[in-house]
Design a binder for this molecule. Structure first.
Ligand code: 13P
Length: 287
């Protein structure tokens, strides 16, 4: 059964480790992530962007697929199904469809409007036992057509949003989705520390988990980050493994095109990426 992310993140914050959010795009990715979490006895959050939701035929299909896998793969570790960077409308659709967690990304609204919309969604999520993530200070880079400038969050605004009763807070600290440019200034630990001082026990979320060096990840966890999002790295490992398979001419062996064979190396590559990240985040054995 899908669970809210609240308990797993409260435990992570107290235990000084982070739970990984791995974004899903299809059946193979979902299966790879769930099997790895189970094998490593780690809690996990499956992230679904609005674009990926559309690609997978809509949120109800995603909920049906994930619930089916939890049962048929005998997954017993805590799993949350979470909308990533949701719009106000998208958040409401996911609540209806049976997600167990949502992110409402109101970072592009003026703070008053972000507060108002977040408040309304917090009330609905509380009633349904779901977790909700809010964002202050946009995350840099481009994801699914949404472009952020990578600003650092204002700690007072973070406190304002945290006080609305959200479960977790994504605060921009110079992090960027996707590949980091060579001249990237690194994470602003000063901002992270100031946000953590103002928000206390609230689990903080670090987006853009792909290109952040391991030592910065560990320092961020020590300063209150309890959820780290990873998307691009799974895409890259999937792409690389599939490319090698095709270049080796293996897709032409046997009787024509077999999607099960073609997608198998990429699926294994995602498992390896998820394992590496769970090790780094310290969530192994924490289910
Ligand atoms: P990356 O694509 O950089 O791993 O970031 C993922 C993310 O933050 C999803 O919200």
């Amino acid at each position: 059964m899908l669970v809210s992310a609240e308990e797993m993140l409260t435990k992570a914050k107290a235990g000084k480790y982070a739970v990984g959010q791995f974004n899903i795009n299809n059946l193979e990715w979902t299966k790879a992530i769930l099997l790895t979490a189970q094998e490593l006895n780690s809690p996990v959050i499956l992230g679904v962007s609005e674009g990926a939701g559309k690609y997978m035929c809509g949120y109800k299909t995603v909920v049906g697929m994930v619930n089916g896998m939890l049962e048929e793969l005998n997954i017993t570790v805590p799993v949350a199904l979470h909308l990533d960077h949701g719009s106000y409308e998208g958040a409401k659709q996911c609540i209806e469809a049976g997600f167990s967690s949502i992110m409402f990304d109101g970072s592009h609204y003026p703070i008053e409007e972000n507060v108002e919309k977040t408040k309304e969604l917090v009330a609905i999520c509380k009633e349904k036992g779901m977790s909700i993530e809010a964002e202050v200070g946009s995350i840099g880079g481009e994801e699914d057509g949404v472009v952020g400038a990578g600003e650092c969050a204002d700690p007072d605004e973070c406190k304002m949003i945290a006080d609305l009763g959200v479960t977790m807070l994504a605060a921009g600290i110079g992090n960027i989705h996707g590949k980091y440019p060579d001249n990237w200034a690194g994470l602003s630990f000063e901002t992270l520390d100031a946000v953590q001082q103002k928000t206390g026990t609230m689990p903080l979320v670090l987006h853009g988990g792909t290109g952040i060096p391991a030592d910065m990840i560990q320092k961020a966890i020590s300063l209150g980050v309890s959820k780290i999002n990873v998307n691009t790295e799974c895409q890259l490992s999937f792409q690389e493994a599939t490319r090698k398979y095709i270049e080796a001419g293996k897709d032409q062996e046997g009787k024509g095109f077999d999607p099960r064979k073609l997608l198998a190396p990429g699926t294994e590559a995602i498992k390896a990426t998820v394992k590496e990240k769970m090790d780094l985040f310290g969530s192994v054995g924490k289910a």
